[in-house]
Design a protein around this ligand. Sequence first.
Ligand code: ZN
Length: 442
Amino acid sequence: MTAEYTGESTNGGALTVIRNGRIVDPSAHRDDVGDLWIQDGHILDQGPAHSDKEAVVIDATNQIVLPGLIDMHVHLNEPGYEYRETIKTGALAAAAGGCTAIACMPDTNPALDHTETVHFVKAQAKEAAVRVYPIGAITMGRRGEQLTEIGHLFDAGVVGISDAGHPIENPAVLRRALEYARMFDLPVLVHCEDKQLSADGMMNEGRNSTRLGLKGIPTIAEETMVARDIKLAEWTGGRIHITHISTADSVELIRAGKARGVRVTTEVTPHHLVLTDEMLAGYDTSLKINPPLRTAHDVEALRAGLSDGTIDVIASDHTPRSIDEKNMEYQEALFGAIGLETMLAVIMTELVNQGHVSLSTALLAMTATPAHILGVEGGTLQPGKPADITILDPDRSWSVATDSFRSKSQNTPFGGYTLNGVVTHTIIGGKVLPWEENSKTT
Ligand SMILES: [Zn+2]
């Protein structure tokens, strides 16, 4: 099942060639230096026989040409919380970070629990810089009780269903959601957290929470729900996608579920792959994230799970918060971190360049795999496919300045970091986006 693009998709037949780049397309096991031709918004298998004098030329010497990233876990906050982000500003942030498509969560106000709100998002998305795919709610108002009209939401164009940050506490509700969603081959995206175990925890439960005097969130708050939801997927035959896992044992549970043939996929965020609860010593609210940052042992297990394919996807979980919602006592501040504009550079700097994960594994997890899970086009540079392409200069570095984001919000855990990798071009349907990248370079 392939959903229709909501964004602009042609450049009026113009011919473009990206010259002399390192073309990396994990979907085709491709990694070589060459030219990539685009016409009518699609990728050609070779340049045209005639002269290329009329082609637009993009020089990609010493740059990496990759399929446009697809971030399948983004909170855009419109309608309802436009002071944090809008579909327009979130899409600009996505483009700046090298994404050509994003899927947006239904935790808006009203929630995306009805076809009218889905149609609203799709209408706004038509004007957005990147392709925006809505995810519908599993239950009305995301209250975990009454199922939405999943078939109607599917007809309206949702690419999955989720109650976003709300776990489905009642297993009978999740069972029925998996059964209905299976009829449309829709993935059910779940936030695994037992609220009675996490209670009013503020950070990972362990040595550091004791030292800092903050109430902890134990790893089992996540793992008991991961185990339960894998069993429900196994029993119903439905497709479950477990969002942003954070613990070593969650990786192990999913590895075992996959080995049994359960239709389970999962994702990890850049911050859970890089940061630990040690870093909370200064009570920095930009590190207050749910699920919480865990230990070095968990980080190592997440990296191993990504490398061996247990973890399918890297997603930002871009969660904008206003300055007022973060600039307060640690206990009072809201959870959440933005990530669209830093995801690719964080992964390059902290994982790929350090040898923890291969470039092709990292890119696959941000391109072809999320496309496959959501059933959307993109994530590949194969001939005939839409020309959704990102060009990255891997050798240029930039420092993360919170006031330079295209996002309306500034709540990044990576403020002040120096990152390698500058996105120089984001191309959607053959059209080069006209955003300014120069301000990011150091
Ligand atoms: Zn989220």
